[in-house]
Design a protein around this ligand. Structure first.
Ligand code: ADP
Ligand code: MG
Length: 454
């Protein structure tokens, strides 16, 4: 790993010189120290690795090792000694040394060992940071919702995540959080450091989906020039998320069922059974039970997946979560867009709460994002949510009677009701109808209503 900094600690100038000459060739930055005191002075966050002599004029190497590990636990230490004993080696490793080498040494071997040590620690750091960032993004706390249905789902998820390998079936309309929940199960399980792979079953024709999932042998079909490992193999130890499982063809459903029951499969064109350990999470926005009745979905696979079903309710069935989610997204887009929007004005919140949300949380998130991008005032108003007010085909609170209505008549009746409720105050009545005072007055005249003017 070029550009890393190595500190060479040895009282013999010749040893320091020979190591420096060799390490500089590999583009390392090399620092030197001839005593324990000088070594501790030079050690620090900037030093990636220390080559440390066991015998130093003012102290022994183990003392330096202990101190370094205490102050800079991420710094790697390789101990060098001319008087090797097993006890010393054991003691050094216990104190956290990466390795132990005997003098005299071959500088090329030392250089190789340094390279390897740095590579190992880089990987370790990567896994650590991956774990913590994915861990935060997909922690159960990131699933917003305090409605009773969401609380019980979160409690269930905590238990499912730690249960070793149970298959999970996520159902729910589009945008209800199936992807998010699948990832949160994976990243909160002890599979978190292994792969999470994700495939949408409807995205590929049957034979391609099969070879994606199970892999293929060379020559299995015309285009199979190389052997290929499938997602189940790649995800060994981790999780496979099969989205849109309702679209899987019957032949593949049968193969998946066999895999779920036996944990083994064959590559396309292969004879050998391959065994892997993966958790399968399947998801669908369809009603699989209806699919079973129609003969589109295998009954045995359905029951196999039904072991741990989790249904994510549509947003319109948990209205209480709308304001929570909307505020959550205001916060998060304030951060992302570097804005200082204070929140959502009450009329706008009322509108959001009474809206039907056919696209569920995805639609809410997009609506807030759009409003936040365009807004120039401190509080989001109803007119900032342009996508919603114009949405056609959203589930409505108003039912059109089978024999139809007279629209003018409906308008007149609603206007009368609003004026009554507002005690004749035209501005208030207008707010209830989403129109301004002038528009109210215009309609009063149009319909010839007798309303006391206030
Ligand atoms: N409970 C929730 N809290 C916060 N964000 C959510 C929640 N559920 C879904 N989301 C967000 O909504 C969007 C759509 O969710 P997603 O998981 O892709 O839905 P689905 O897979 O069911 O279509 C994503 O951006 C996701 O992060
Ligand atoms: Mg999805």
């Amino acid at each position: 790993m070029a550009n890393a900094t190595v500190l060479v600690v040895d009282d013999e100038a010749l040893v320091r010189w020979s190591l420096r000459e060799r390490l500089v060739q590999d583009h390392f930055t090399v620092l030197e120290a001839g005593t324990a005191a000088a070594a501790l002075e030079q050690a620090g966050e900037a030093v990636d690795l220390i080559l440390l002599d066991y015998r130093l004029p003012d102290s022994d190497g183990l003392v330096v090792l202990r101190k370094v590990k205490e102050l800079y636990p991420d710094t790697l230490v390789i101990l060098m000694t001319a008087h090797s004993t097993v006890e010393n080696a054991v003691e050094a490793m216990k104190l956290g040394a990466f390795h132990y080498i005997n003098k005299p040494f071959n500088v090329d071997e030392v250089a190789l060992l340094v390279e390897k040590a740095l590579e190992t620690s880089r990987l370790r750091r990567e896994v650590k940071s991956l774990r913590s960032s994915a861990g935060r993004e997909f922690s159960f706390e990131a699933i917003v919702g305090t409605s009773p249905s969401m609380e019980s789902i979160k409690a269930l998820l905590r238990r499912v995540a730690v249960s070793p390998a149970s298959t999970v079936l996520l159902t729910g309309e589009t945008g209800t959080g199936k992807d998010l929940v699948a990832k949160s199960i994976h990243y909160n399980s002890d599979r978190a450091t292994r792969a999470f792979v994700n495939i949408t079953c409807s995205a590929l024709p049957e034979h391609l989906l099969e070879s994606e999932l199970f892999g293929h042998e060379r020559g299995a079909f015309t285009d199979a020039r190389q052997q290929k490992r499938g997602l189940f193999e790649i995800a060994d130890g981790g999780t496979v998320f099969l989205d849109e499982i309702g679209e899987m063809t019957p032949a593949l459903q049968a193969k998946l069922l066999r895999f779920l029951e036996e944990k083994t499969f064959k590559r396309v064109g292969g004879l050998q059974d391959i065994h892997v350990d993966v958790r399968v999470i399947a998801a669908t926005h369809r009603d699989l039970e209806a699919g079973v009745k129609d003969g589109r979905f295998r009954e045995d696979l359905f029951y196999r997946l039904q072991v741990m079903p989790i249904h994510l309710p549509p947003l319109r069935e948990r209205k209480g979560d709308v304001s929570l989610l909307a505020n959550f997204y205001v916060d998060s887009f304030n951060r992302e867009f570097k804005k200082r929007v204070k929140g959502i004005a009450p009329e706008a919140m009322q509108m959001l709460e009474s809206y039907g949300w056919p696209g569920n949380i995805r639609e809410l998130k997009n609506a807030v994002e759009r409003a936040m991008l365009l807004v120039e005032h401190e509080w989001l108003r109803p007119e900032d949510f342009t996508t919603l007010t114009r949405t056609v085909g959203a589930p409505s609170r108003f039912q059109l009677p089978p024999d139809g209505v007279n629209l003018e008549d409906v308008e007149r009746q609603l206007l009368v009701q609003a004026l009554e409720r507002a005690n004749g105050n035209q501005t208030h009545a207008g707010q209830m109808l989403g129109i301004n005072r002038d528009q109210v007055r215009y309609r009063i005249e149009k319909f010839g209503l007798q309303i006391p003017q206030k």
